[in-house]
Design a protein around this ligand. Structure first.
Ligand SMILES: [Zn+2]
Length: 220
């Protein structure tokens, strides 16, 4: 992966690129990155400094190291492998979260379950999850743990969106839902962010299924 078929030199280290490309493929195979949506990033060196992020419009199923660009403050492009490549349009959300939180990687996906939950609980400002084993994967081991997952409006102005997500982000809840859009999840590194994302998505799917069963009178 040090070089693509076109001979383009990637702009991030092989290990970083390999890790993000593998995660992208895993998520894409699950259908969590439909229609080139979603974006993934990892910090390079110092926290809050430059980060590698998927370029705008990249097909995550076939993500290559040359599809990663380096962005900095406010998500602005610093380096790209191919002239004309741009960071994901939501790179400013990643930049804001890196500034606010001590995290090393951010994953953003659009799924049916996270969209449904974000819409169902938008008016409450958060989705509350209690007494579930998967809360441990999100760092909550205490008995009767309660997790409030913040939900923000899907602002079309991306500066406004970044501001809302960063403001809602809590250090003890590694994710923020955006109404009818998706979720931003973070972790100290890419593997931890993936673990958090899998836990969130399990909880969302479980919740949607449970509500459906309740509506159908299955008595759960
Ligand atoms: Zn998005």
């Amino acid at each position: 992966m040090t070089e693509t078929g076109e001979g383009v030199q990637p702009v991030v280290a092989w290990a970083v690129a390999e890790s993000l490309c593998q995660i992208a493929q895993t998520l894409a195979q699950r259908g969590w990155l439909p229609a080139t949506s979603g974006n993934l990033s990892v910090t390079l060196g110092e926290r809050g400094g430059p980060f590698a992020i998927t370029r705008s419009g990249a097909d995550k199923q076939r993500l290559q190291s040359s599809d990663l660009v380096v962005a900095g403050e406010r998500g602005r492009l610093l380096t790209s492998a191919v002239p004309g490549q741009r960071p994901s349009a939501e790179a400013n959300v990643h930049a804001g979260l890196y500034q606010r939180l001590a995290c090393g990687a951010i994953l953003h996906v659009h799924t049916v379950s996270n969209n449904l939950c974000s819409d169902l609980y938008f008016s409450a400002g958060a989705m509350t999850v209690t007494e579930h084993e998967l809360l441990k994967a999100l760092g909550h081991w205490e008995p009767q743990a309660v997790l409030n997952i913040p939900i923000v409006e899907n602002w079309h102005d991306l500066e406004q969106l970044a501001e809302a997500v960063v403001l809602a982000a809590q250090p003890d809840v590694p994710g923020v839902l955006v109404r009818n859009h998706g979720i931003y999840v973070w972790g100290e590194d890419a593997d931890t962010a993936l673990k958090h994302l899998e836990a969130f998505e399990f909880l969302f799917s479980y919740h949607v299924m449970r509500r459906l069963l309740t509506v159908q009178g299955a008595g759960v």
